[in-house]
Ligand binder design. Sequence first.
Ligand code: AMP
Ligand code: MG
Length: 342
Amino acid sequence: MKKKFSALLPSLFLCLLIFLVFLFFYQRRPQEQKAEPLQATKMLLNTVVTVTIYDSTDSALLDGAMKLCADYEQIFSRTAKDSELYRLNHRQNPNPDGSFTVSKELAELLKQGLFYSELSKGAFDISLAPLTSLWDFGSDRHQVPTDAQLQDALGKTGYAKIHLDGQKVTFDDEEVQLDLGAIAKGYIADAMKDYLLENNVKSAIINLGGNVLCVGKKPDGKPFKIGVQKPFADRNETIAVLDLADRSVVSSGIYERFFEKDGKFYHHILNPATGYPHENNLSAVTIISDRSTDGDALSTTCFVLGLEKGLELIESQTDVQAVFITKDGEVHTSKNLVLPLS
Ligand code: AMP
Ligand code: MG
């Protein structure tokens, strides 16, 4: 018996050796790669810009998308002294006939801006720069302009004084100036999405300060989950989470840029008729659409139009949905949207 066991010893030893070698290589096997998404965040457009790509490992795409965003800021910024819009607003480089030739990009955004100014009969108005520079919500000045200042600025506004013919712009009034802040972020998000699509990205999220644009779906084929933010709450607090693929979610609200002075609350969405922050019972409007340009223009427009007229406008559009949140927390949706219970 003893002899038999010792005869088996070499084979047992060999088995153990094979097992140990197997264990060694098994533990050193390449770990199944759970691909981490690529992500970059930058301060651009006066806000936090984040791009997340789920189906590529090429970080040059993040750089490319961010560069595009920065390049567009250089065209559309009202305040940067070397932007194309600034030069136009200050009537630099006129043509001999007094018109101005603008870039294809600026012409395209102006066209969209004029379209929504007309559609809303001036509730949305791209000519409010004389007013917005007085209020200057982007700064920490927190000063309320005087009535006289606002009346003077109001005299310089009116989108009907701006004419666009191809890439040629003419003004009826020497002092009219453009502010594209209510639509530019949407346009830039769409351009960033087009760039990613052209580079074969099929799953990504573009987030420009809370305005979200989905590129395709999640890598597992399921829709992205996009939250509708609760006004004045933490960025992560939502009133609903939507399942969305290839859609844009843009909000406008009194919680975005505001200040309080002498017990009064002032926010950045202006009533083009009075020059003061627009007063109604709304605290935010969220628009869900394919293109973010439409969502951005419509969210500001609907805020100014108010609940009833805003809903009417949204329901006249194709494939656009809206969520209106009132100051006392009521949530109203357009007929074509059912919010999931959260
Ligand atoms: P949004 O955050 O997209 O609703 O846009 C608000 C920004 O658009 C403001 O900071 C102003 O620069 C500009 N703005 C304010 N009121 C209006 C308005 N009634 N129509 C168009 N642009 C506006
Ligand atoms: Mg807007």
